[in-house]
Design a protein around this ligand. Sequence first.
Ligand code: PDD
Length: 290
Amino acid sequence: MRGQPRPVYLNGEWCDTETARVSVFDRGYLFGDGVYEVIPAFAGRLFGLDEHMARLSRSLEAIGMAEPLGRDEWQAIFDRLLAGIDAPDAAIYLQVTRGAPAKRDHAWPGNDVPAGVMATVSPIGSIAGGARVITCPDARWARCDIKSINLLPNTMARQQAAEQGCDEAVLVRDGLVMEGAATNLFAVIGGRLVTAPTGPRLLAGITRGLLLDLVHREQLIEAEESFITVSALREADEVFLTSSTKDLWPVVEIDGEPVGSGAHAGRAGPITRRLDHHFQALKHPQRSSQ
Ligand code: PDD
């Protein structure tokens, strides 16, 4: 089910999700040669826009691509996309590929080949209940900080989770927890909030960064950026995932075992709920100031 057609910006033209067509030579399609962003809008207002655009610039630079559009041009596209969707909360998906030269060749085309630029929008649905996750080996490459459209290992891990009736796969490298297939991971261990440090082995999630800033600014809990072993993860008091479309998503089960102990075993823990409360206020400043 594809639902109602939604607007699509594609290489300078406007079309919709039914009519948009890309070239078979687009290097995104042939090689996964491109980068992307997912930018949420809550109550019609883009959230973390500067951070998402800064990460897009970093990703483009890392793969040797120039900025295809200026910030005002992106903004005009986002405004038109958001005007074209009837949903309180929506996610803009944008991707930039290394264009569609006439010949398939691994080496990059010259600068005369324009980048492929696509942006569309979809509703963000609400999440029901906590996440059940599996742990699995991280089969990705050595530059997971680039938000590359190459997501085959991520999709394989997520599929493995889905086949086990779970929501997310937690990727483990050398016994250390990196992140989820499409989320960052936080744990509460001994009263401290712990998440993996950014670097080439994981994506610097915008939600992760905004949450850490909030935690420091409002002194909500001691926070530490260090790698967590899988055994420490299993012993953690609370675990949650973060992403632009899922906010803070409590993890209730890891490899079939409940997270936490006592009254909160297998349920969202009190610190997760408190942090989420503060995060919701950050998302909806107009509500909290009323
Ligand atoms: N995924 N880690 C990975 C591997 C991700 O793909 C994502 C986001 C995150 C969280 O990042 P952020 O807080 O900036 O959304 C972490 C997006 C939502 C996706 O691919 O749909």
